[in-house]
Design a protein around this ligand. Structure first.
Ligand SMILES: [Zn+2]
Length: 247
């Protein structure tokens, strides 16, 4: 396709999404918003990106980036996690992903049904709880056999839980800034409430968490993983939430 045709197709897709009707109840529910019911797993922290996915300036998330940079310089081990709270809440604007070489966000968020088995373990000695993944079990990961609190090895009760939830992901910027600065991931109830409502230009308010992650970047039909900042609502005890301000 020529660049011109691509631009026309993009404008058409955007027009379709922009004009898509959403019933009042769905819109009201999105405006009321939802609290975090985050069920994430611990992952090794990727590197802190030097630049946003598109553009050169961090605009409205500069203060969070500065905090992460300070943490990164101070960390003694690459296993030490990076992340900081978005509190008080901040406004973000959904983008169509212009500049990231990926057309899939032109019409709004990417939705995925996530399903996996989680091994929920609880120490028989001290009662500390932790989780192991299918991969940990397959590889007999020794670190996950050991209670990290009291150090006892292989002495725990295990509950094998089937985890299944909806996840949506979309690129965002901050008000007054045109560049895609980070990605937002919503899971469970918040994802279900906002999925059909969000479109490029929508304004949302989030109290949550920001950290480095890996995201897809596309160049000449090839895709590869790059470091990018990810915004989530954080784990349930931090009071994270999302709500729609303006569709
Ligand atoms: Zn223990």
């Amino acid at each position: 396709m020529t660049d011109r045709n691509e631009r026309i197709e993009r404008a058409k897709d955007l027009g379709k999404q922009w004009n898509k009707d959403v019933d009042k109840d769905t819109l009201d529910a999105a405006k009321k918003g939802a609290k975090s019911d985050y069920v994430g797993q611990w992952k090794r922290t990727p590197k802190l990106p030097k630049y946003p996915p598109a553009g050169q300036s961090w605009c409205g998330i500069q203060s969070f980036y500065s905090t992460l940079e300070k943490q990164d310089k101070g960390r003694k081990s690459k296993y030490k996690r990076l992340g900081t709270a978005i509190k008080p809440p901040q406004q973000f604007v959904v983008t169509d992903g212009t500049g990231i070489g990926n057309q899939e966000f032109v019409t709004g968020p990417r939705g995925t049904d996530v399903a996996y088995t989680q091994y929920q373990r609880k120490c028989n000695g001290c009662g500390q709880a932790w989780v192991a993944s299918q991969k940990d079990v397959d590889n007999s990961n020794k670190a996950k056999e050991r209670c990290w609190k009291c150090g006892v090895v292989g002495n725990y009760k295990e509950n094998k839980a089937k985890i299944a939830y909806r996840e949506i992901k979309f690129p965002v910027t901050t008000p007054g800034c045109g560049d895609t600065l980070a990605y937002v991931s919503l899971t469970g109830e918040p994802a279900r409430k906002l999925e059909s409502v969000l479109r490029p230009g929508s304004v949302i308010e989030i109290q949550g968490w920001i950290k480095p992650n890996k995201e897809w970047k596309y160049k000449n039909t090839k895709k590869y993983l790059v470091d990018a900042l990810l915004i989530t609502l954080g784990s349930t005890q931090h009071g994270g939430y999302v709500k729609l301000i303006k569709r």
